[in-house]
Design a protein around this ligand. Structure first.
Ligand code: ADP
Ligand code: MG
Length: 227
C-alpha cells in the first residue's frame, strides 16, 4: 500500500473574480518507509498538495487515496477522525499552546482522542526523552529555544503513532545547525517501514536528506526521483 496516491488532481481557488489553479493535474505516489520531499518555489502549490492529500482541502478534480482510503468517500467528520488516527503534522510555526508545558503540548493529540491526561502525558514524556528533551518536559514554550520547541512539535506529531508524518517547511524558522538536527530526527523517523514522512520545503540545504524527491513548479509536478 502507498502512503498517498494522487491521480490527476487539480485544485482551483476562487476568491471573488480571481481564480488560481494551485494544482494542475498532479499524479504522484508517496511510498511508505521513505522520506519523501516535496520541493519548489514559494507559491507553487506545496501546501495545497499536502492539504488535499490529508483531506483538509477537497480537490476540484481528480482522486486522492491516502493509506488506501479514497478520501472523497469520507464525510468531513470521518476525515477529521482519519487525520487524528493516521496523520501527524509538523509546521514551520510550532503552534504550541503557551500555557501548557512541553509534555502537555506533546500529549494533545492523545488527549483529543480521549486518552486520560496523565497517561497521555507519560507517553509524551517518553518521546521527549527520546528526542533529547528529557530535561525540558515541564517547561513552558517561552522557556524553550526554537529548536527545542520544534522538538516538542515533533513529539506531538508522533505521540499517537501516526502512519504518515507531514511536515510543512519544518526548518524554515530555524538556523542552519538546528534545522540540520531536526532533519536528522525526521530522517530517523522515516526509517520505520510502516511509516511515511513527507516534508515540504523550499530550503535547498535539506534536499540531500530525501529518499524520494518530488519537484514542483506552477502547480505541476516536474520530476519525481527515488534514491
Ligand atoms: P506553496 O506552499 O508552494 O508556497 P500554496 O499551496 O500555498 O504554495 O499556494 C499555491 C497558490 O495558490 C499560490 O498562488 C497561492 O497564492 C494560492 N492560494 C493558496 N491558498 C489560497 C487560498 N486559500 N485562496 C486563494 N488562493 C490561494
Ligand atoms: Mg506553503
Amino acid at each position: 500500500m502507498n502512503a498517498i496516491q494522487l491521480t490527476n488532481v487539480s485544485k482551483q481557488y476562487q476568491s471573488g473574480d480571481q481564480s488560481t489553479l494551485a494544482l494542475d493535474n498532479v499524479t504522484l505516489t508517496i511510498p511508505m518507509g521513505k522520506l519523501s520531499m516535496l520541493v519548489g518555489p514559494s507559491g507553487c502549490g506545496k501546501t495545497t498538495l499536502i492539504s488535499v492529500a490529508s483531506g483538509i482541502l477537497t480537490p476540484t478534480s481528480g482522486e486522492v487515496v491516502t493509506l488506501g482510503y479514497p478520501l472523497s468517500t469520507l464525510s468531513d467528520t470521518q476525515k477529521v477522525t482519519f487525520r487524528r488516527q493516521h496523520i501527524g503534522f509538523i509546521f514551520q510555526q510550532f503552534n504550541l499552546l503557551s500555557s501548557l508545558t512541553a509534555a502537555e503540548n506533546a500529549a494533545m493529540p492523545l488527549v483529543a482522542s480521549g486518552v486520560p491526561l496523565h497517561k497521555a502525558t507519560q507517553q509524551a514524556i517518553t518521546l521527549l526523552n527520546d528526542l533529547g528533551m528529557g530535561a525540558h518536559c515541564h517547561k513552558l514554550p517561552r522557556q524553550l529555544s526554537g529548536g527545542q520547541q520544534q522538538r516538542v512539535a515533533i513529539a506531538r506529531s508522533l505521540v499517537h503513532e501516526p502512519d504518515i508524518i507531514i511536515c510543512d517547511e519544518p526548518t524554515a524558522s530555524l538556523d542552519g545547525k538546528t534545522g540540520h538536527d531536526v532533519m536528522e530526527i525526521l530522517r530517523h523517523i522515516a526509517n520505520d517501514p510502516k511509516r511515511a514522512v513527507l516534508i515540504v520545503s523550499h530550503d535547498t540545504r535539506v534536499f540531500s536528506f530525501a529518499d524520494h524527491l518530488v519537484e514542483m513548479a506552477d502547480g505541476q509536478m516536474l520530476t519525481s526521483t527515488s534514491n
